[in-house]
Design a binder for this molecule. Structure first.
Ligand code: DC
Length: 235
């Protein structure tokens, strides 16, 4: 008789994609907390590169230069009580990456093919040991196509603009109408770029969160994850 031992390799990777302001970061962080997984905010990596390049005066029209400098950046995502901190070359750059300047430029840097490949490589390294909740635009389609659970979060442009508005501090706050326009513009750029456009993976679960609160979204995703955990059979 062949004895079969079933070893539960509990940890899975979870991909959370969707447009700007759909609540991905908050939801992904809370899901990671509940499952005691690592949270990876890939948007913050594109933002950190954007901030770094603007500081050096290297525009997105110089893709070779962007890539040359990006390859030498040491980008670290460090867990923190209120989310995740982003460090570049040993400096905490978290306060600089969500300004309106970076918001306005990041989609243009995110279109650079070489930069995307470089960041995708780093993101895959972070997920090698599983137990990662990664959020972005192309996680389910490109970065982790084998992720066990893929969620595509969305909400109406109006609702997403309102959520961003409420998150902003007074110094950075622009009008709600302006935010709606910015979000719609960013959606178009993210959806229409040639490389890894924002798209719901065929095997992703689509969740429209316009009428849902964070707790409902998180609970739903956690229960999907708990019912989907990997089982690895050793014979
Ligand atoms: O999620 P976010 O708004 O912080 O993302 C910032 C920008 O980075 C956004 O314009 C899209 C881009 N991005 C991307 O192209 N691919 C990712 N995996 C994550 C973000």
């Amino acid at each position: 008789m062949i004895r079969q031992a079933t070893v539960m390799n509990d940890r899975i990777n979870i991909a959370i994609d969707g447009p700007a302001g759909a609540g991905k970061s908050t939801v992904a962080r809370l899901v990671a907390n509940q499952l005691t997984y690592i949270y990876v905010d890939t948007g913050s990596m594109y933002r950190a590169v954007t901030w770094f390049m603007t500081r050096l005066g290297i525009g997105p029209e110089l893709p070779d230069k962007v890539l040359e400098y990006a390859r030498n950046m040491v980008i670290e995502l460090r867990p923190d009580t209120d989310g995740q901190k982003v460090w570049v070359d040993g400096e905490d750059v978290t306060p600089y990456i969500r300004t309106s300047e970076v918001n306005g430029l990041v989609s243009q840097y995110a279109q650079i093919e070489g930069l995307r490949s470089h960041l995708v490589f780093l993101q895959r390294q972070m997920a090698l040991n599983k137990g990662v909740v990664m959020d972005g635009r192309d996680i389910g389609t490109t970065v982790l196509p084998d992720a066990k659970v893929k969620i595509f979060l969305t909400a109406s442009v109006k609702e997403r603009a309102l959520r961003r508005f409420n998150e902003m501090n007074d110094a950075d706050r622009t009008s709600l109408e302006q935010l709606e326009q910015d979000i719609a513009k960013r959606d178009t750029l993210d959806e229409q770029r040639e490389i890894s456009p924002l798209r719901c993976a065929d095997d992703a679960i689509l969740m429209d969160t316009t009428e849902m609160d964070i707790r409902q979204v998180v609970n739903k995703i956690v229960s999907i994850c708990r019912s989907q955990k990997d089982g690895e059979r050793i014979t």
